[in-house]
Design a protein around this ligand. Structure first.
Ligand code: FES
Ligand code: FES
Length: 162
């Protein structure tokens, strides 16, 4: 059954009629052509589909699209600035070599974003814990942790960053 939902998507108000059995991930990709969030496992194990819903990291493969009604959804496409400037996390991932094949990267960055929103100056242990739901088959994780640490130190008020 199709239902009409309205929500904020990457800062813009949107409305759509969507079948109630469609996942948030499929709606983002198929109806809004936002291809950053990826379907890896499709059942909540890999984190490649992670987006922010009301600033909390969510596996969009597990959330049904109608549940987005009235909420704010941010995808990796919503992180860059109006002129395409990269978010500090995106910059740090590039600079630290935390991107290889890139399949996990949007989900990793969105989980890191949620972590830094909640905890701007996380310890390494907190970063590893915060990213535990995101799997990467390429990087061995160290560079990803370094990138999140770098972004947090640049952006937070802990005095460690430049
Ligand atoms: S595709 Fe959603 S957790 Fe793997
Ligand atoms: S960079 Fe390839 S899966 Fe993480």
């Amino acid at each position: 059954m199709a239902v009409k939902i309205s929500f904020k998507l990457n800062g813009e108000d949107v409305s759509i009629n969507i079948d109630d059995h469609v996942t948030l991930l499929d709606m983002l990709r198929d109806n809004f052509e936002l291809f950053g969030a990826k379907e890896g496992c499709g059942y909540g194990e890999c984190g490649s589909c992670t987006v922010l819903v009301d600033n909390v990291a969510v596996n969009s493969c597990l959330m049904m699209a109608p549940a987005a009604n009235g909420r704010s959804v941010v995808t990796i496409e919503g992180l860059s600035g109006p002129r395409g400037e990269l978010d500090p996390l995106q910059k740090a991932f590039v600079e630290k070599g935390a991107v290889q094949c890139g399949f996990c990267t949007p989900g990793m960055i969105m989980s890191a974003k949620a972590l830094l929103i909640e905890k701007p100056c996380p310890t390494e242990e907190e970063i590893r814990k915060g990213m535990a739901g995101n799997l990467c088959r390429c990087t061995g994780y160290s560079k990803i942790v370094d990138a999140v640490k770098e972004a947090s130190e640049r952006g937070c008020a802990c005095g460690k960053g430049s």
